[in-house]
Design a protein around this ligand. Structure first.
Ligand code: CP3
Length: 355
């Protein structure tokens, strides 16, 4: 087993005792940091940055140099998988991700390959190996993927969407076709995450950013079912340690019991649910990650501290089972000092809960 200087994040996910509540931030490496913007311009663009293991490692570590974060997250993107499937990912300034070849027809879906993690996606595995080396055992490394449903929204819509009309039309008129796509994506995500684990990721998180736009029944059939399949297919022990799995459905607060029933170790919460309620519903089955509104980071250090205190007391005096985070990614125009106030507040204020 390779040793870790700070394993509070992994311990909290497994509901083992910790010294304080560990904290990291979704999108902690990114445009709100001037040093990130500098490295990105050196790389040329975002995907070139992802494809360069040395530079991907550099930006992964940038937020850890500024803040006392308890975990690092692989610098990459969820859309690497559809890109490896041949959909042609590109980013249009100000418009987010796009695909030159969206999938719409049975022939499109049939044609899609299941990417080999050490083939087309080797650059991601190389980034994981490089980051583990550069982290030198300081904190654990989180690997990640999109959920099949969330990936499918981008692949079918051809990019970001507000109303998801194209994929919903497919869901309601040709459900079997969409299921074929989701099943292929689930198999691809299993291989991709297991590849990351073999390369050195010490926990994995599945981002289901768009599961919350579904009806409860469709959520179970078209999103949760496939995340469950992934949880069942993942390597759960590696290098003599458990590899915890976190599922995050944005706007999924209604469905915590069914998410917990997949056998995941932790559930990521957005800010639309009180952590106290979440804990009373599923706290005996899973750890919870979250859940401060990222927009609080626009306010003052005092206001940030109050909000951290409120969330910590909501989770209460259980010795473990809480990983502090934002309820979604940090906004790109947040002052970095405010992120620092947030992280320090979690560490300062949480110690009393763990004595
Ligand atoms: O959290 C981290 O620091 C790790 C890196 C990470 C990125 N994307 C880097 C990134 C992670 C975990 C993601 C996940 C991701 N990507 C999700 C799921 C999480 C969520 O936020 O809901 C989704 C839906 C995507 C798809 C995606 N990638 C979008 C919509 C965008 C455009 C965002 C925008 O505002 O332009 C990206 C690009 C992207 N991914 C950036 C970063 C740092 C910005 C690229 C840049 O530097 O211009």
């Amino acid at each position: 087993m390779s040793s870790l200087k700070n394993d509070n994040y992994l311990r909290a996910l497994l509901r083992e005792p910790v010294d304080y509540t560990p904290v990291w931030m979704m999108r902690q490496a990114g445009r709100y940091l001037p040093e990130y913007r500098k490295t990105r311009s050196q790389a040329g663009d975002f995907m070139s940055l992802c494809r360069n293991p040395e530079l991907a490692s550099e930006v992964t570590l940038q937020p850890l140099k500024r803040f006392k974060l308890d975990a690092a997250i692989l610098f990459s993107d969820i859309l690497t998988v559809p890109d490896a499937m041949g959909l042609g990912l590109y980013f249009e300034a100000g418009e987010g991700p796009k695909f030159s070849h969206p999938v719409r027809t049975p022939a499109d879906i049939k044609r899609i390959p299941i990417p080999d993690p050490e083939g087309e996606l080797r650059y991601v595995m190389d980034a994981v190996r490089q980051i583990r080396k550069d982290l030198n055992g300081e904190v654990p490394l989180i690997g990640f993927s999109g959920s099949p449903w969330t990936l499918a929204t981008y692949m079918v819509e051809g990019g970001s969407s507000k109303a998801f009309t194209v994929i919903k039309k497919m869901m309601y008129s040709e459900p079997a076709l969409l299921h074929t796509l989701l099943d292929k994506l689930a198999d691809s995500v299993i291989d991709y995450l297991n590849g990351q684990i073999m390369a050195g990721a010490q926990s994995v998180m599945i981002f289901d950013t768009w599961g919350g736009v579904l009806t409860p029944r469709d959520y179970k059939d078209f999103s949760l079912h496939y995340m469950h399949k992934i949880v069942d297919g993942l390597i759960r022990e590696h290098d003599s340690r458990t590899v915890p799995v976190t599922l995050f459905t944005k706007n999924g607060g209604m469905w915590l019991e069914s998410i917990a029933a997949t056998g995941c170790d932790a559930i990521g919460l957005d800010w639309t649910i009180d952590i106290e309620d979440a804990k009373s519903r599923v706290g005996d089955k899973v750890a919870l990650q979250g859940n401060m509104d990222p927009s609080i980071l626009y306010s003052s250090p005092e206001r940030i501290r109050d909000e951290v205190a409120r969330i910590l007391s909501g989770f209460g005096y259980d010795k473990s089972g809480h990983v502090f985070n934002l309820g979604h990614g940090i906004h790109l125009d947040v002052p970095p000092e405010n992120a620092g106030s947030f992280i320090d507040a979690v560490h300062d204020l949480s110690r009393v809960y763990h004595q």
